[in-house]
Design a protein around this ligand. Structure first.
Ligand SMILES: Cc1ncc(COP(=O)(O)O)c(C=O)c1O
Length: 432
């Protein structure tokens, strides 16, 4: 009996071991398959395994030189270096590996509205807008561009009539983003031309560029030209919670966004447009086809991952939201603004636009805006060229004339590294 029992147990044991072994082998095969298929552990042409060559880190690009106490501090461009600290903290969670044989085709999705939009990128962008509540994306076509700068040009092309030979006027309320005139006129197009400040425009037909919050002064903008035949392009590069209260889900005809200022990944060169009208969207796609035959798939996959991490953080661990992207960046910006306002208040020679605050639908509380640029005015006697005055003190900024206004005001980036910002604050404090 005992013997029979023990032999039965032995048989059952052997059976179980067999099942466990077979499950383990299947799992091992599955893991190998996933590794090969998705993470690149493939055999190279000479038959050797290439798995050792796969690395998640690349040589860092040189970028800008570091700022020291004595060096020139360049706050001319809005280079979003401030975000590096956040992404350093996410580590590999936001890292992707793209095996060399992937993303080779020109095409992303031939069944989609736009063949060069990666479905994963589109999904995460729409998810982000639902999370933040800054724009309506349902019912809009989503296009991707090499930065929103390319989409801006695509939109100009799409909105300009081709039939009657007169270039379409392009205007924006001064102070306007300094790139608008130069990008519009760069190719001397016969389709459109820069026509200056929207307030002084007297024609009956134009494209109005509405940047809100506005680069350079942080103002909340609406279109000012009332004529029915005016077309608008809304540039929402900075309509994100770290810069401004989210006051409504925007729903304009063409809305431009960019990862450069949303997550700080300017080097990924990726922007997107939400476009209501199908014909306009098709013309924009045509522009992109002729201009660059689509947009980098590698960049789109990277951006999709970045946006996914942002959304996952908020949706899957809402309790820790103070450490998530928008809260982190909002805190950094608020600290910088309070330091700058304190220094300006004691200077007696400088001023800044008034603080704006309002209820933010994303934060669900009243918040103060922290614009990406300081629009700094100088009241010191004898200083007519403020940009030149600051340059003498080794601070590089962008002067008011580039934004369509006077020379006694400059734009200063608030997005640079802590080192650059600290040196800037110290130098401004020393100017009397
Ligand atoms: C208002 C505004 N729109 C667009 C852009 C360009 O963004 P991107 O890097 O996506 O080309 C900038 C960059 O500074 C900007 O300030």
């Amino acid at each position: 009996m005992v013997a029979t029992d023990s032999s039965g147990v032995a048989v059952r044991c052997a059976g179980r071991i067999g099942v466990v072994a077979s499950v383990a082998m299947n799992l091992a095969f599955l893991a190998m398959y996933i590794n090969r298929h998705y993470f690149g552990k493939r055999r190279s042409n000479d038959g050797t395994s290439s798995s050792k060559e796969i690395t998640t880190t690349v040589e860092p690009s040189k970028g800008k030189p570091p700022v020291t106490q004595d060096s020139v501090v360049n706050l001319d461009q809005g280079d979003p270096a401030l975000y590096k600290e956040f992404w350093d903290g996410t580590g590999d969670r936001a890292t992707i590996v793209i095996p060399v044989w992937q993303t080779m085709s020109y095409f992303s999705d031939l069944s989609g509205f736009c063949w060069f939009v990666e479905p994963g990128f589109e999904r995460e962008v729409r998810r982000l807008h639902r999370l933040v509540g800054n724009a309506i994306s349902d019912g809009y076509h989503l296009l991707v561009g090499t930065g929103s700068t390319q989409l801006f040009q695509a939109a100009l092309y799409a909105l300009s009539p081709t039939e009657n030979g007169t270039p379409m006027s392009v205007v924006s309320l001064a102070p306007y983003y300094s790139s608008y005139p130069s990008v519009t006129n760069f190719l001397n197009s016969g389709l459109y031309r820069w026509d200056g400040d929207a307030n002084t425009f007297t024609g009956d037909k134009c494209i109005e560029l509405v940047c809100s919050p506005n680069n350079p002064d942080g103002g909340i903008r609406k279109a000012v030209i009332k004529s029915k035949s005016t077309k608008t392009i809304h540039d929402f590069a900075y309509y994100w919670p770290q810069y401004t209260p989210i006051i409504e889900a925007a729903g304009h005809d063409i809305m431009l966004f960019t990862v450069s200022k949303c997550t700080g990944h300017a080097g990924t060169r990726l922007g997107w447009a939400l476009v209501k009208d199908t014909e306009v969207a098709q013309k924009m796609i045509k522009f992109m086809e002729l201009n660059t035959i689509g947009v980098s798939k590698d960049s789109q996959l990277r951006a999709a991952k970045i946006l996914k991490v942002v959304c996952d953080d908020y949706e899957l661990s809402p309790i820790g939201k103070v450490n998530h992207l928008f809260h982190f960046a909002q805190r950094k910006m608020a600290e910088r603004w309070s330091r700058l306002r304190a220094v300006v208040a004691t200077s007696g020679i400088f001023s800044l636009p008034d603080e704006l605050s309002s209820y933010c639908m994303f934060a669900k509380e009243n918040v103060t805006a922290n614009p990406p640029f300081a629009w700094l005015r100088c009241h010191k006697d004898g200083v007519d060229d403020f940009e030149g005055f600051l340059r003498e003190h080794k601070i590089i900024t962008r002067g008011g004339t580039k934004f369509g206004v006077d020379e006694r005001v400059v734009r200063v980036s608030m997005l640079d590294t802590d080192e650059a910002f600290n040196v800037f604050i110290g130098r401004v404090a020393s100017l009397k």
